[in-house]
Write a new protein. Structure first.
Length: 276
């Protein structure tokens, strides 16, 4: 594991771009979501909101029917039907232990997708699969500890060691969420984000992060397909954008608290500032 690289905001310029005159919804990226549940439907709504406000061209929803109706009421542009995707987000708001329908929906979407963002309940699925696409995992501390036990066993001294071992063992990128977010590549490279705002520690912001990452993954599918080793840098860009939007939202509130809705509202402005 290498020493952490400090990330600066201009890192984003390589990963966000304005659409050109010949672009259309498919060329701007299609991201699929298998997220949300009857218990936590908001996770699906938040992730999709964040993806749309990050600038993805199209969202497909693969989650349960009772959540799909809420998604369409909130975002009528979302397509609730099977189809091709450029990236996917699975697991946000999916209850554990996993039930068979949730396991099947997430497995189906992972099989369709060239790149996956795996959050929350999806982490339990990943450790049991024989194969899965290149993936970015987004655990908080407790989820990382559980995943480490499932995948690696033994005892790790801290989150940095857990992230490094999980990343190397599964061949994934780990975005370890916390007051100091770090991104660890399968080869042991580590990036450290500057602290955004303590107000970011509020319900739903992890779901928003997964949606942001899914949108950037879909929009940059050609880059990561041609250069798979760029996936960790994409993860850095998504986590950084999440931080910058939170900062922007808090500044709009006079330095005060934010909701995840405030964060999502701030995303287009944060994207616009760093268009490459």
């Amino acid at each position: 594991m290498s020493s952490p690289v400090r990330v600066e905001p201009d890192f984003l310029t390589d990963w966000v771009r304005a659409p050109g005159a010949r672009d259309h919804k498919y060329s701007r990226g299609v991201v699929g979501f298998a997220t949300g549940s009857a218990t936590y439907p908001g996770a699906a709504l938040i992730g999709i909101e964040a993806a749309l406000r990050t600038g993805v061209g199209m969202v497909r929803y693969f989650g349960p029917a009772e959540v799909a109706s809420m998604v369409v009421m909130s975002h009528p542009e979302v397509v609730v039907a099977p189809g091709a995707v450029d990236a996917c987000v699975v697991g946000s708001g999916v209850s554990t232990p996993l039930e068979t329908p949730d396991r099947d929906r997430m497995s189906e979407l992972l099989a369709l997708s060239p790149l996956a963002i795996v959050d929350a309940g999806g982490l339990d699925l990943l450790s049991s699969l024989v194969s899965f696409p290149p993936s970015i995992l987004t655990p908080h501390t407790k989820e990382l500890e559980k995943l480490y036990t499932q995948v690696c066993g033994g005892v790790a001294r801290d989150d940095a060691a857990r992230s490094a071992e999980v990343a190397a063992t599964l061949g994934v990128t780990v975005v370890a969420k916390g007051s100091l977010t770090t991104i660890t590549s399968p080869r042991g490279a580590v990036w450290e984000l500057p602290v955004a705002t303590p107000w970011l520690a509020t319900a739903g912001t992890g779901d928003a992060l997964a949606g942001i990452l899914g949108a950037l993954a879909a929009a940059n599918r050609d880059t990561v397909s041609a250069t798979p080793e760029a996936v960790p840098e994409l993860a850095v860009a998504g986590a950084l954008l999440h931080n910058l939007a939170a900062q922007k939202a808090s500044q709009r509130n006079g330095g005060g608290p934010i909701t995840v809705g405030d964060l999502c509202t701030a995303l287009p402005g944060a994207v616009g500032r760093y268009l490459g």
